[in-house]
Design a protein around this ligand. Structure first.
Ligand SMILES: [Zn+2]
Length: 131
């Protein structure tokens, strides 16, 4: 699967938290992390083709896609494919750029990954206690 990597900004050479994280990718399916709704799809010079999902108070954007597989307003379930990674927009090599916002403020996507991980662990523990 994807490997986390902090990469220097190819345009300034500076290593920075550019409002998100970059994952290595090569024609990979981009999957919804949670249940949610597609609130925006589009294309611009910076982000290339992008998809924005809303999960409650969180929004998650996936950028530089080669293909978008969902339309605005679509309801997604965990692991639904919403796009295919690519190298569109302000990007010098294929990668998946993920940004997250909570109530409009940028948050590190790693927090969402941790949230999903701990929630899943709690569910599994609860199920184990039932059996
Ligand atoms: Zn990036």
């Amino acid at each position: 699967m994807c490997k986390l990597k902090s990469r220097p900004d190819p345009f300034t050479g500076k290593r920075k938290f550019h409002n998100g994280i970059d994952l290595h990718a090569r024609g990979d399916k981009v999957l919804a992390m949670m249940e949610g709704t597609v609130i925006k799809v589009g294309q611009d010079r910076a982000s290339g083709k992008y998809v924005v999902l809303r999960h409650g108070e969180f929004t998650v954007s996936y950028c530089h896609l080669s293909r978008i597989l969902v339309g605005k307003g679509a309801v997604v379930r965990p692991r639904d494919a919403v796009g295919i990674t690519g190298n569109t927009g302000r990007s010098t090599g294929e990668h998946l750029h993920i940004t997250c916002r909570r109530n409009g403020k940028s948050v590190n996507p790693a927090k969402i990954f941790n949230y999903i991980k701990t929630t899943r662990e709690k569910c599994l523990a609860a199920l184990a206690e039932m059996s």
